[in-house]
Ligand binder design. Sequence first.
Ligand code: PRP
Length: 218
Amino acid sequence: MFNDAPLTIALPKGRIFDEVLPRLAEIGIHALDDPHHSRKLILATNRPGIKLVLIRASDVPTYVEYGAADLGVVGKDVLMEHGGDGLYEPLDLGIARCRMMVAGIPNADHGPGRLRIATKFVRSAERHFAAQGRQVEIIKLYGSMELAPLVGLADLIVDLVESGNTLKANGLVPLEQIANISARLVINKASWKTKHRSVTALLEALRRVVERVQPVPT
Ligand code: PRP
């Protein structure tokens, strides 16, 4: 059973949260309060010893790395920015799928100078352009990246694209793909050892759900 030892699971508020709750329900974990109407940040579940903590997506790796949560669910985009060394990342949950893309104004002529790139994914953007040997200036933003090329703040953006509707609505086009993104289960390294039975039981239960929903190709 995965509640041999108490477990805290960190979940990001927002889209991943809505997609991960049904997965947890399938392995028999339900929040006792309705998480969509509660303002609580710590939610008890029907499993004694298992609690959920609700935090900003970008804080999930930090909570898990420091052991404030034993496990967490977080987008690959956030992990790419945080750096994954302090965590185990054993399972792609296959939810909240999108792509990290370079996008810009169609057929724009950027000239020979250093390109300006607006993004909240600073490390991913730096790595992407460095791998191409392109010198760029990264401008850190916190949202609405699509605006930046329209008002002359940047030549290009690096952002997440799901349907492509936001780019299209703002007259931008996707230019290069940086990574496929989806939500990952992450595990604190000490919890992996000290709560091994509980943690692996939960991991394997989730793995079975993921494989049932999207069978692993043989
Ligand atoms: C994300 C992303 C894009 C949009 C892409 O923004 O940054 O703006 O979704 O989705 P689409 O391709 O389906 O249109 P989000 O709404 O998460 O807000 P943000 O601006 O804070 O990143």
